[in-house]
Structure formats: C-alpha cells, structure tokens
Design a protein around this ligand. Structure first.
Ligand SMILES: [Fe+2]
Ligand SMILES: [Fe+2]
Length: 172
C-alpha cells in the first residue's frame, strides 16, 4: 500500500513524464516542418518512450493500491531558434527530470517504502542514459557549428544513434 505522500509524489512524476512526451512531440513537429526528417523521427521515438515511462508509473501506482491521476498538462514550446537551441532545451529538461527522480528516491527512503525505492531504480538508470544521449548529441551539434553539410549528415545519422550506442558505458 502506498502512503499518501508517495502516491502524490508518484502522481507528480506521472505528470512530468506526460509533459516530457508532449515537449518531445512538439520538437518532432518543429523538426519535421523544417525538413529535418531524421531529427523528427528521433524525437517522435523519444516522445513514445516518455509515454512508456508515464504508463509504467501509472500501472505501479494502481497496482500498489493508489490511484494514478491523469491531469492537465502545461503547453510545450512549439518553436525553436535553431536545432542547437532545441537540443539544449532537451538536455535541460532531462536534467530537470533526473532531479525530480532523485527527489522521489529521497522521499521513498524517508517513507521507508522499499518497494517504491526498488521500482525507482529503473528510472535512475534510465536518466543516466538519457542525459548521456543528450550530451552526445550536443557535442556533435557543437562540432558541426554552421556547416550545412554537417547538419545534413547529422540528420541522416541521428536515427542510428540509439540509447545503447550513445550510452553503452552507462549501467543497464
Ligand atoms: Fe522519462
Ligand atoms: Fe527522458
């Protein structure tokens, strides 16, 4: 059984994962209308992943005797100055999500809820990977600079940049 404190903290994370999915869907759309098909496909996949993160939490809350609350979401940014700015925003957002997961882990220990603590370890590992991917992408974009040919190749290759290749050294 979840305590009220844990339940509401998990529900807050459900909202954050849902908002992440919307933020990345908006990025996918922006990239798609810019003609960056590879980036768009990459961001559509990221958006789907965030929805999976949300659903995993929804199921956990409901299975542990709580009630997952599906709430209204904040509207995401729909335009960006550049592809660099877009990926900077993505990186900042992943760092924000990591902080939020860390806070949840802290609350689970305070509440002595070891089942939730154990469940959250998957998210801790996932955030290490996602931050690593975002950092790798930003490094590549900084290397490209204003080179149009570089951006073309980046757009072509980003789809093969999976979580496993970018963060193969991160723990599973
Ligand atoms: Fe997530
Ligand atoms: Fe994420």
């Amino acid at each position: 059984m979840l305590s009220k404190t844990i339940e509401s903290a998990l529900n807050n994370q459900i909202k954050i994962e849902a908002e992440s999915s919307q933020i990345y869907l908006a990025m996918a759309c922006w990239a798609e209308v810019k003609g960056l098909e590879g980036v768009a496909n990459f961001m559509y996949a990221q958006s789907d992943e965030e929805r999976e993160h949300m659903l995993k939490l929804v199921k956990f809350v409901n299975e542990r005797g709580g009630h997952a609350k599906i709430s209204a979401l904040s509207a995401p940014n729909v335009t960006f100055k550049s592809i660099k700015e877009m990926f900077e925003k993505l990186f900042e957002h992943e760092v924000f999500v990591s902080d939020s997961i860390n806070e949840l882990v802290h609350i689970s220990l305070q509440e002595k809820d070891y089942a939730t603590h154990n469940f959250l370890q998957w998210y801790v590992a996932e955030q290490i990977e996602e931050e690593a991917v975002a950092r790798t992408i930003l490094d590549k974009i900084n290397m490209i600079g204003d080179d149009k040919g570089g951006l073309y190749l980046f757009d072509r290759d980003i789809e093969s940049l999976t979580v496993t290749t970018a963060a193969s050294n991160a723990p599973e």
